[in-house]
Design a protein around this ligand. Structure first.
Ligand SMILES: Cc1cc2nc3c(=O)[nH]c(=O)nc-3n(C[C@H](O)[C@H](O)[C@H](O)COP(=O)(O)OP(=O)(O)OC[C@H]3O[C@@H](n4cnc5c(N)ncnc54)[C@H](O)[C@@H]3O)c2cc1C
Ligand code: SF4
Length: 508
């Protein structure tokens, strides 16, 4: 079977763990981990768990359901798209698949082509830095569950290398041209590589973005390296360090900032993250950087040189320095695209270099750079699972109906590390102040709320997920900061903590 849990919805109510304990379990108090490809013998229990989940967060591939629950095929195409039109989606991952599914659900009956550089069918990336590295599941078993048959022509294992907007054609590696009436760009991002190509090529040096990356890293972790070096203390680096400690591997995390996660969530939450890492045995070195990676005569990684003059003996290094948007194939296309993504309007339509809407080209997922009300229309790009899903829905709706729906969903992000679930809503990185509104930093169970210009713009919860929908609504409504709602402690109990700017969402 193939299943997935929408962790942006999951509130850790644990119904699934009670009903299907072989598939769902908690790591710590609230961090749900699950097997994305459970054995068919657990089917009945999984169906019961999905039905019981109070927020309907569990998604089961429609081919695994007794009666195919996918909506009946649409009989006609409403709106601006006609049944003879051809839609091409470039990027066969989360945003691409969800767009294709939503196009069919919205009633598009024309030709649908999905082009993907990877040869795998669309798979889920969050488990790659969690269940796959611990060995709970394999890299090949994170296939995204599908809600319906999308009836698409899948062109997998071939990259788009160019876009000819005048001719309405995508150019593929090898020169073939694929014509379209509407194009959806969903090419996501790639791991930022280690800057020295020779050092990056040493055996044992990894980045983590694809299923193949995860499989390779897992193999090296199974060889029980003397020490793992993680370069970068963002979400991916911290999750990898967490996995290393779960596997009882010595790990050093090197980060330039004052503490892990500080760039995204501020110094107060970063300080808690640092304490948790150290308590779990991570050799955390903040305000430090790696100056060189060195190998032996056989090209295997052996040591790292650090900015403080010291050296570390390591066999595995994980480069976790963030992501770069996959826009290389669009260089000549005339779109407003650079390493921050492809700029779109609120309706997810691409803009050209003059800022004009290109009405037949839409963009979804990590590769999009979009205006957001939290930033008063300033441009935001995020690398969030929930954003890819939400944006795909808007793109498909506007494509099929010719509608003008706007993508203004409040961003939601989660991370699971060291037995804790950390969730964020809004854009904490644009805050200039923050307060602890629930729990306390000391107890490692809290909600920190972030404000900018007197408005609530973000909230971060550690093992307190249940509060976040409330804050997401506050953020969407532009509620004042500090929070005055009667459902939270009144102002006298709010503890001011330092806010810090950061970058899982880059703000312009
Ligand atoms: C290890 C890891 C852990 C994560 N954990 C979390 C988490 O805990 N919580 C969370 O909210 N988010 C998490 N994310 C982020 C989340 O997975 C992404 O936001 C999501 O995958 C974005 O989907 P996407 O479809 O926009 O882009 P991607 O998933 O990057 O997919 C883009 C696809 O396009 C393909 N492509 C690129 N260029 C071309 C081309 N020229 N031609 C054809 N195809 C092309 C790529 O090969 C890729 O398959 C994680 C990501 C990673 C890598
Ligand atoms: S909210 Fe749903 S998916 Fe999350 S723990 Fe509860 S039952 Fe499981």
């Amino acid at each position: 079977m193939h299943i997935g849990v929408d962790m942006t919805k999951c509130k850790s109510y644990a119904q699934c763990c009670f009903l299907a304990p072989d598939t769902f379990e908690f790591d710590g108090e609230e961090a749900l981990v699950y097997d994305p490809a459970p054995d068919d013998t657990h089917r009945l229990r999984i169906l019961q768990a999905a039905a019981a989940c109070p927020v309907q967060a569990i998604r089961i591939d429609h081919r695994d359901l007794e009666a195919d629950a996918s909506p009946a095929p649409a009989t006609g195409t409403p709106g601006s798209l006609t049944a003879t039109d051809r839609v091409v989606v470039v990027g066969a991952s989360l945003a691409g698949l969800r767009t294709a599914e939503a196009l069919r659900r919205e009633g598009f009956t024309g030709r649908l082509v999905v082009i993907g550089a990877e040869s795998h069918e669309p798979y889920d990336r969050p488990p790659l830095s969690k269940q796959v590295l611990t060995g709970t599941t394999s890299a090949g078993d994170t296939t995204l569950p599908r809600t319906r048959d999308v009836d698409a022509e899948w062109r997998l294992g071939v990259a788009a290398t160019g876009l000819d907007l005048d001719a309405h054609e995508v150019v593929l590696a090898g020169g073939e041209r694929v014509g379209f009436d509407r194009l959806v760009i969903a090419t996501g991002s790639s791991a930022r590589p280690w800057p020295d190509a020779e050092q990056a090529a040493l055996e044992g040096v990894h980045t983590l973005r694809t299923a193949d990356d995860a499989a390779g890293l897992r193999r090296h972790l199974q060889d029980r390296p003397r020490r793992v070096l993680v370069v970068g203390g963002g979400f991916t680096g911290s999750e990898v360090a967490s996995v290393c400690r779960t596997l009882d591997l010595p790990v050093t995390l090197i980060d330039r900032g004052p503490a892990p996660l500080t760039g995204g969530l501020g110094e107060a939450v970063g300080a808690v993250a640092a304490e948790i890492q150290r308590e779990h045995g991570v050799d955390l070195r903040s305000r430090t950087s790696v100056t060189a990676l060195e190998g032996d005569a056989d090209g295997r990684l052996r040591r790292a040189r650090l900015s403080d003059g010291s050296t570390l003996e390591v066999d595995v290094a994980v480069i976790a320095l963030g992501a770069v948007r996959n826009v290389g194939w669009l260089v000549e296309a005339g779109l407003d695209a650079d390493e921050r993504g492809v700029t779109v309007d609120a309706q997810c339509r691409a803009l050209d270099r003059d800022g004009q809407v290109v009405p037949h080209v839409f963009v979804a997922g990590d590769v999009a750079r979009f205006p957001h009300p939290i930033l008063d229309g300033g441009l935001l790009s995020v690398e969030h699972w929930g954003n890819a899903v939400a944006q795909a829905e808007v793109v498909a709706h506007n494509l099929v109906t010719g509608g003008t729906a706007e993508h203004d969903a409040v961003p939601v992000f989660w991370s699971i590390q060291f037995g804790h679930v950390l969730k964020a809503v809004g854009v904490p990185s644009c805050a200039d102040e923050s307060v602890v509104a629930q729990g306390s930093l000391e107890s490692r169970s809290f909600v920190v709320v972030y404000g900018a210009r007197g408005r609530t713009v973000g909230a971060v919860a550690l093992d307190q997920s249940k509060w976040l929908d409330h804050y997401a609504r506050q953020i969407a409504a532009g509620a004042p900061f500090p929070p005055r709602d009667r459902t939270v402690h009144g102002p006298p109990n709010l503890t001011t903590v330092s806010a810090g700017a950061r970058p899982t969402a880059s703000v312009q």
